[in-house]
Design a protein around this ligand. Sequence first.
Ligand code: 5GP
Ligand code: ZN
Length: 132
Amino acid sequence: MSCIFCKIISGELPSYKVYEDEFTLAFLDINPVNPGHTLVVPKRHVTNIEAVDEETLCQVVKAVKKVGLSLKKNLGVAGYNLGVNNDPVAGQVVAHLHFHIIPRLAGDGFKLWPQKEYGDGEAEAVFAKIKI
Ligand code: 5GP
Ligand code: ZN
């Protein structure tokens, strides 16, 4: 077992456990964007959001909500970003599904992604391909 998050789940590696239940574990990110930056993971090893079964995903999202509430109540943060880097091309380094909960402070300088504009016909073309 080489997965670093599985080692944290099993207790082989230490972590600051913020929340735990039968399905999920939430622990502090070792290199936070802001203090309280927490990772929420399913206890079962799955690589990404397509690989996780829906019951487990629901449990993980419920845990995300619990931790978010604790950050607001106990750290006094006014809000937080939720993020999933889904696959290496999107910046996923640890191949075990995880939700980042990033507390936000006024003027903390954390910038979200830059945005582009669609060219002529581009939105219609991509829409036609991905519409479910
Ligand atoms: P990713 O880029 O895969 O979405 O994010 C992985 C996150 O895991 C990073 O934010 C990184 O700081 C965190 N991380 C990596 N190794 C460890 C570790 O050993 N312990 C903890 N608590 N966090 C880790
Ligand atoms: Zn794992």
